[in-house]
Ligand binder design. Structure first.
Ligand code: FAD
Length: 500
């Protein structure tokens, strides 16, 4: 059923993902009317947020913080888990290190310092969370030991998160219009006054006291990603929604908003070579192939090209997609032997996977499509000889079990590839989201190119620039959208509640 658009409302939120819903809920708390415009039809709604595993990177100082967030945790579950801590200091260190200290210090501080409170706020609204037993913990001596600072996920993953937020938004009287594409901002010298919307084949204007942009990055726009990320990026696959084509970024730039951040950068991972052009909701994030730290990656020339074990997966996966895209024919194979195959993440066992299997290394290399088999075999043999087998393998820590004497070293988790059967998985680059976007201040107000806030305009989520550069600590995208969504909703809602 189509929702008729009102001629005016207090607050318009553009977008229908996690950032948009958090903004809409915070605005609704101020007692103002909120209209959420989602470009996608209802069946495909929810943006990239719906494609996620629902993992949130948030501060917790111990198990009591986690119990507060997840009251369903039983004593038995707590007893068998070593959650450790993820303090503000650790979060700062991670953001600094992976962004090479370019992250906007003010925005980064707001993100980190509000992460715990925002999660509790979401829980109070009715979103349920649980520990990520499956992907972020290893069982050692009967205990689940969590690693990499990423401990919490929404129940039901991304689909569960979007479903919960949608229900909660409706309960809080947010009006949701699907198939409603914002195409321009109504603005004059006094600021933003509303949005032009393409809805049901008609262009209409909806007036508002405040507009919050939460319509994602420009990754699904082939022209923009090639223009900004550079040559070759038109050949990348898009991991998530086809609807994030940079509309809201462009709408804001048109009225003088300030672009900022890593416009040539994006979050890009190893993704099945034969995955479709855009994400597929029935597969979700399972085209990703994230067990490469335990194996090696070989390109079309039959050569390794990066240190697969330089750091935990959480801190390398988001930058490796770019390196894979730059390889000949834009792909590589991830190679494992029988010692590691049982440890591979679930995503390696889905039906739609591009994989070869063999009982000898010679046969395996011969089966690697588009790869120089002779060189691949030589590479594996040379690698096997270089592994420091005297250092014990331990997936829970950076074990220092590296290689000796290779031009491209492997720093941790180096295992010989010598126990049949052998498996190799073909992956290309899957682009998740783009890093460049709009400049906001710590109240989520969009800044103009003169450095002043544009009255009535706010932004949150993927389309905000300045937070991520080069790389990204896993689980920060949802947290970022939630923190600044809540702030944007509060700022815009308060203002709307006060104005006549
Ligand atoms: C496969 C995959 C797995 C991921 N896993 C995780 C994870 O576990 N944890 C994590 O933190 N991050 C993860 N991410 C990243 C995460 O998805 C994003 O950082 C986050 O969801 C961005 O939220 P958002 O609300 O800004 O954008 P989105 O959720 O993408 O929402 C943008 C919305 O805007 C709508 N829209 C676009 N244009 C218009 C327009 N003109 N008018 C109206 N609406 C418009 C879109 O339809 C969409 O609903 C993953 C991403 C992918 C693709």
């Amino acid at each position: 059923m189509t929702t008729a658009l009102p001629p005016s409302t207090d607050i318009i939120v553009v977008g229908g993902g996690n950032a948009a819903f958090c903004a809409a809920l915070a605005a609704a708390e101020q007692g103002v009317s909120v209209l959420l415009l989602e470009r996608a039809p209802e069946e495909e709604a929810g943006g990239n947020s719906r494609f996620t595993a629902g993992a949130f990177r948030c501060v917790y100082n111990g198990v009591e913080d986690l119990r507060a967030l997840m009251p369903d945790l039983t004593d038995e579950e707590v007893a068998k888990s070593d959650f450790g801590t993820y303090t503000e200091e650790k979060f700062f260190d991670d953001m600094g290190r992976v962004t090479e200290y370019r992250t906007d210090p003010d925005l980064c501080e707001v993100l980190i310092k509000n992460s715990k409170a925002t999660m509790l706020w979401m829980r109070d609204k009715g979103v349920r969370f649980m520990p990520i037993w499956g992907r972020q913990a290893y069982k050692i001596g009967g205990m689940f030991k969590f690693w990499g600072g990423l401990t919490v996920e929404a129940v039901g993953g991304g689909p569960g998160l979007v479903e919960a937020l949608t229900k909660i938004a409706r309960k809080n009287k947010v009006t949701i219009a699907y198939g409603a594409r914002a195409i321009g901002l109504i603005a004059d010298d006094d600021g933003v006054k509303g949005v032009r919307v393409k809805h049901d084949g008609r262009t209409v204007e909806v007036k508002a006291k405040g507009v919050i942009l939460a319509a994602g990055g420009f990754q699904a726009n082939t022209e923009m990603r090639t223009r900004y990320l550079g040559p070759g990026w038109e050949l990348a696959k898009i991991r998530g929604t086809r609807f994030n084509t940079g509309d809201a970024i462009n709408m804001a730039l048109e009225i003088g908003a300030m672009p900022t951040g890593n416009w040539s950068g994006g979050h890009a991972v190893a993704w099945d070579r034969n995955a479709p052009e855009f994400g597929d909701l029935t597969v979700g994030d399972n085209f990703q192939k994230h067990s490469y730290p335990w194996g090696i990656m070989i390109n079309a020339n039959g050569e390794r090209f990066l240190d697969e074990g330089s750091d935990f997966r959480n801190y390398t996966y988001a930058k490796n997609g770019r390196v894979i895209l730059m390889q000949p024919k834009q792909f590589c194979y991830q190679v494992f032997d029988n010692k590691i195959i049982p440890m591979l993440r679930d995503e390696y066992r889905i039906k739609r996977v591009t994989k070869v299997r063999a009982n000898t290394l010679e046969d395996l290399c011969a089966k690697l499509e588009d790869v120089n088999a002779e060189k691949a075999l030589a590479t594996i043999k040379e690698y096997n000889k270089a592994v420091m087998t005297e250092v014990p393998f331990d997936p829970n820590v950076k074990d220092g079990r590296g290689t000796r004497g290779l031009a491209i070293p492997k720093s941790n988790w180096a295992n010989t590839i010598d126990q049949p059967p052998f498996e190799a998985y073909a992956v290309t680059c899957g682009l998740t989201f783009t890093f460049g976007g709009l400049k906001i201040d710590t109240s989520a107000r969009v800044m103009d190119t003169e450095g002043a806030a544009i009255p009535g305009l706010y932004a949150t989520g993927e389309l905000v620039g300045g937070i991520f550069y080069f790389n990204y600590p896993g689980g920060t995208g949802l947290m970022n959208g939630a923190v600044f969504g809540r702030i944007a909703g509060n700022s815009a809602g308060e203002l709307a509640a006060q104005s006549p």
